[in-house]
Design a protein around this ligand. Structure first.
Ligand code: NDP
Length: 386
């Protein structure tokens, strides 16, 4: 393939865990992919280093105060430098961009992803918060603008891979969860855990926010909501199964009872690469699964008594409207408060539950409703913590 046919990828959040792994995939397949846009929030040093190595068309630093620093550091190169949240929203719509990898963390990913969809781009979606907050709206937009949304989240990529070639409906999705670092702790022990312990995930190395969400099982709750919108299933069709080895990345059961699972080593580069190369599979150097070395695959029921976030997420999904947006905003505030030692581990669920009770419910939210809901839910959560 000549270089003109390379797919041009805009990476939103190139300095993060997903972003840096995506750049490894691009580097390994530089005949097929080009990093066309790189973006970060604050990490100037890494953004500049990435830009010098991948020579993108443009970089965006979301924090406008860092603009001059980035511009000066790249002054000797023909790379356009922009700053601010609006620039992120505009850059994804640039004509040459083929794929937008949405790998920013949190609610901030929603607006640029919506803009990329409006420009008809293929979305490789890591930013699950986008679908948690506004899944219905995102699906509507994707239909209207004929934009494909390809999952990057390992569980959803697994489901997507199980569905390849299938035309029959899904009977049930089996969404696996590692259970996180606190899977076996009692409620009394959970009350005492620290952020340092929560940040040590047994199987995956990820950004701080999702690592805390994994420890509290909010991440799995979010993934239930994400699966609902990606695969058009009802909440009752999604079963969470705790599988501590993180080898079965998820499975799908069909009408005849057949269950297809996707397995592999825990390595995010595989789902990232699959989203880029879909429907093809590319050769990779990733570590291979050796079942003799794993020897044991175990499965358990999740405990929603100890991990209440999972039931709060199911409840938000069942209630619909802006409730998942409320859940997300409250979670972003409590997650940060826990990382800053302002609240304890179990208090996170208490605050989220209170915010879900107090924030005004909107049954059929517009984008403006989501913005208001997000702001109001954050305000209530912040007051609760104070
Ligand atoms: P990280 O925290 O490692 O990286 C986040 C990236 O987003 C960084 O590049 C960061 O820039 C940028 N960013 C943060 N806030 C903003 C903002 N307000 N505006 C613009 N850019 C911003 O996160 P992860 O890579 O772990 O996760 C990214 C997304 O992917 C999340 O939604 C997560 O749930 C999802 N995901 C992650 C997985 C993983 O293995 N890490 C697995 C599955 C899903 P800076 O570095 O400058 O702060």
């Amino acid at each position: 393939m000549n270089t003109k046919e390379r797919k041009r990828i805009a990476i939103l959040g190139s300095t993060g865990s997903i972003g840096t792994q995506a750049l490894q995939v691009i580097a390994e397949h530089s005949d097929l992919y080009e990093a066309y846009v790189l973006t970060a929030n604050n990490n100037v040093e890494l953004l500049v280093e990435q830009a010098r190595s991948f020579l993108p068309e443009a970089v965006v630093i979301a924090n406008e105060e860092k603009y001059v620093q980035v511009r000066d550091a790249l002054a000797d190169l023909p790379i356009k430098v922009y700053a601010g949240a609006d620039a992120l929203c505009q850059i994804v719509q640039e004509k040459p961009v083929d794929i937008v990898l949405a790998a920013m963390v949190g609610y901030a990913g929603l607006r640029p992803t919506m803009n990329a969809i409006r420009a008809g781009k293929t979305i490789a979606l890591a930013n699950k918060e986008t679908l948690v907050v506004a899944g219905e709206l995102i699906n509507r937009l994707a239909d209207e603008y004929h934009a494909d949304i390809l999952p990057v989240d390992s569980e959803h990529s697994a489901i997507f891979q199980c569905l390849a070639g299938e035309v029959s409906p899904i009977e049930k999705i089996i969404l696996t969860a590692s259970g996180g670092p606190f899977r076996t702790l009692t409620l009394e022990q959970l009350a005492m855990v620290t952020k340092e312990q929560a940040l040590k995930h047994p199987n995956w190395s990820m950004g701080a926010k999702i690592t805390i969400d994994s420890a509290s099982m909010m991440n799995k709750g979010f993934e239930v909501i994400e699966a609902r919108w990606l695969f058009g299933v009802a909440p009752e069709q999604i079963q969470v199964v705790v599988h501590p080895q993180s080898i079965v990345h998820s499975a799908v059961q069909f009408a005849d009872g057949a269950v297809k699972a996707q397995m592999g080593m825990p390595d995010m580069r595989l789902p990232i690469q699959y989203a880029f190369s879909y429907p093809l599979r590319l050769k990779s150097s990733f570590e291979r699964l050796d079942l003799f070395r794993i020897s044991e695959l175990t499965f358990e029921q999740p405990d929603t008594h100890r991990f209440r976030n999972l039931s709060l997420a199911y409840e938000a999904l069942r209630r619909g409207g802006n409730m998942p947006c409320i859940l997300n905003a409250a979670n972003e505030v409590t997650n940060r408060a826990f990382l800053e030692d302002r609240i304890g581990f179990l208090q996170m669920s208490d605050v989220i539950e209170t915010v879900m009770q107090k924030a005004p419910f909107v049954a059929s939210p517009t984008y403006e409703d989501y913005m208001q809901t997000d702001a109001e839910a954050r305000r209530i959560a912040t007051n609760c913590i104070a």
